[in-house]
Design a protein around this ligand. Structure first.
Ligand code: RUQ
Ligand code: CUA
Ligand code: CA
Length: 610
């Protein structure tokens, strides 16, 4: 396929216009109600699946119910989020990890789930931050990010995959090539690495050097190979230079061989990570030639084939996942990007330029019979990823497919020059695909993965188990820990802070250790402190410790940011910051307030002057 990019753009515009026309015809009334029935989840009823959508430049993961498309949760990972008290303060450990590893924002692309026996086990979700070369992990029992690591020796952490079937590693592909030895003065061609990350510690165990802009990742279902697409075998530095060759490659890394080579000390250690050079460790890396600038790579649920999507070629390349031989290269349409699967031997490939999902039969395509294309469905518009429920694991469900479209154009009411992206839910249970419903999303949806509600919901915790440093009810206190340091141990429960006032002095560092002692699910309380850039929300059982500067003299009302009870508005307290030279104590305040018939705080301050 030797199409010029300009031709591709023209084709894109034409095909997009065609798509508008077809959708404009409208569906019949009964087709509409049938579709509606498939996605309608009545109030009070639950969805069938959790969908985890990459939040793109929001640095988060969106949790959406399928089939309803309802947004149920955002899980912030590479960004702070006041509503969940996530990474909001500089003394928060997550915030510190973010700052230490590259910043409090990210560009997430590929959510992947931990597996046992090739199916999700509900323990972890990982997602990459392309921009800052990081990998983040979410604990699924709490739906909370619990670890973020910077991957050394690579830039542009793009494709990631869990090594099937039991999550031995998470593979992270470095897309942006770098001077091989890290020396900018080295004129040799740039290279990059595929990193293998241990799932529990998230330590990078080893890396394998691969040339050519390593893009999307998947693994064979038996733990043997990590596959990656490579679109710049030319090792070019400009777009023009990257599209010179007719074929680029799929890289297959033999994981057990790589492990042996690392164990035998054959890696060159850089930044604490052994890097294997494939030239010195033959057999570790196999390059399988595939047409020009491929994009997605997806292994079939039965583990037989790895399918590379052509992007600049209208084909997909079917590779035997055991022998690494190319077995077929069927044409599917223009701009194939990613492929997913049902439970009846069919593949679904996204066609970016055609704005279509194409359904094709894998066996027929391998045998070379002409009727391998089963169906085509227009989507709106310019689809990137697509994912069928379970299609990325060994047991696809074969019912719903999510199309993650880059452009919504005319699909939603106008909201300024920038429009939302568009997700479409497609019924894949029959021979013909059926478009059921759509929902918009902020930029930018990349990939999605799913877990059955029946499997994950029982694993989700109702409250946080109190940590060792939790403040117990009745043990709240305010202690002057030094000439310029005050420690406040605080509890929150409907609808009060204990203590509900405390006194510090200008120049003090205040260490607040606060526990939400509620034992009821969802009973969240906030602690927002005006003019101190401070807002933390705490889920039931959660403890947070933060240290902040007392700030200017004044009375500051801390208040609850989550509507929790009829007395939510009354859920407030005061931090009194005395001027440096003040001789008034909080005891004086309390005495004065009592005279006026006001409430004496339940806990006397122990804020004695040294
Ligand atoms: S990429 S549109 Cu970041 Cu997943 Cu393919
Ligand atoms: Cu606690 Cu509102
Ligand atoms: Ca190329």
């Amino acid at each position: 396929m030797k199409r010029h990019p300009v031709v591709l753009v023209a084709v894109s515009i034409v095909s997009t216009l065609a798509a508008v026309h077809i959708s404009g015809c409208g569906a019949t009334r009964s087709a509409r109600s049938l579709a509606a029935e498939k996605v309608y989840v009545a109030p009070g009823e639950l969805d069938k699946y959790y969908a985890f959508l990459s939040g793109g430049q929001s640095g988060s993961v969106f949790v959406v119910g399928i089939p309803s498309g309802r947004l149920i949760r955002e899980v912030p990972i590479f960004e702070s989020r006041a509503a969940y008290g996530y990474a909001m303060h500089e003394t928060d450990p997550r915030r510190q990890e973010l700052v230490a590893t590259g910043g409090a924002w990210g560009d997430t692309h590929h959510p992947v789930l931990s597996e046992t026996g090739g199916v999700p086990n509900g323990k972890y979700l990982w997602i990459n931050d392309l921009a800052n070369g990081r990998l983040g992990r979410v604990r699924l029992d709490y739906f909370e990010a619990d670890k973020i690591v910077k991957i050394p020796n690579l830039q542009g952490a793009h494709g990631i995959a869990v090594v099937s079937p039991d999550t031995k590693y998470i593979v992270v592909n470095g897309e942006f090539e770098q001077p091989t030895d890290g020396m900018v003065s080295n004129p040799a061609p740039y290279t990059s690495v595929v990193a293998f990350v241990e799932p529990e510690t998230m330590a990078v165990k080893f890396e394998v050097r691969v040339n050519g802009n390593i893009d999307i990742a998947d693994t064979s279902k038996d733990g043997r190979y990590a596959f990656s697409t490579i679109y710049n075998l030319e090792q070019g530095k400009t777009m023009g230079a990257m599209i010179q060759y007719d074929r680029d490659a799929v890289a297959a890394i033999d994981i057990p061989l790589a492990e042996q080579a690392v164990a035998a000390g054959r890696g060159d250690t850089r930044n604490g990570v052994p890097i294997l050079d494939p030239e010195k460790t033959p057999g570790v890396l196999t390059l399988i030639p595939v047409p020009k600038n491929p994009h997605g790579i997806n292994v079939t649920p039965d583990g037989r084939y790895a399918i590379a999507s052509g992007k600049l070629s209208p084909t997909v390349t079917i590779i035997d996942a055991h022998t690494l031989a190319i077995v077929a290269e069927p044409e599917v349409g223009l701009g194939p990007l990613h492929t997913t699967f049902d439970n009846r031997g069919n593949a679904f490939t996204s066609l970016f330029l055609d704005s279509q999902v194409v359904k094709w039969n894998i066996d027929k395509a391998v045998r070379g019979t002409s009727d391998y294309i089963v169906d085509r469905l227009n989507v709106h518009y310019n689809i990137g990823h697509l994912q069928a429920v379970g299609g990325d694991h060994t047991h696809p469900y074969g019912d719903y497919l999510l199309a993650l479209n880059k452009l919504s154009k005319d699909q939603y009411i106008g909201v300024g020059p920038d429009l939302p992206e568009n997700q479409e839910i497609i019924d894949i249970s029959g021979d013909k695909m059926r478009l059921l419903a759509s929902f918009p999303t902020p930029p930018e949806p990349h990939d999605a993965t799913f877990m059955a509600v029946d499997l994950l919901r029982p694993l989700v915790k109702q409250t946080f188990t109190p940590a060792a440093d939790a403040v117990e009810a009745g043990k709240e206190r305010v202690v002057r820990a030094g000439p310029h340091a005050v420690t406040v141990d605080m509890t929150l429960i409907r609808s009060a802070y204990t203590p509900d006032s405390f006194e510090v002095r200008e120049g003090d560092q205040v260490t607040l250790r606060v526990t939400n002692v509620e034992t009821i699910r969802d009973m969240i309380h906030g602690f927002a402190l005006p003019d101190h850039d401070l807002n933390i929300a705490l889920a039931p059982g959660y403890t947070k410790t933060i240290t902040f500067d007392a700030g200017k003299p004044g009375v500051y009302w801390y208040y609850c940011t989550n509507f929790c009870s009829a007395l939510h508005l009354e859920m407030r307290g005061r931090m009194v910051v005395q001027p440096k030279d003040s001789t008034v104590t909080i005891a004086d305040w309390h005495a004065a307030e009592n005279v006026k018939g006001q409430v004496v705080p339940g806990v006397p301050s122990t804020g004695d002057r040294p």
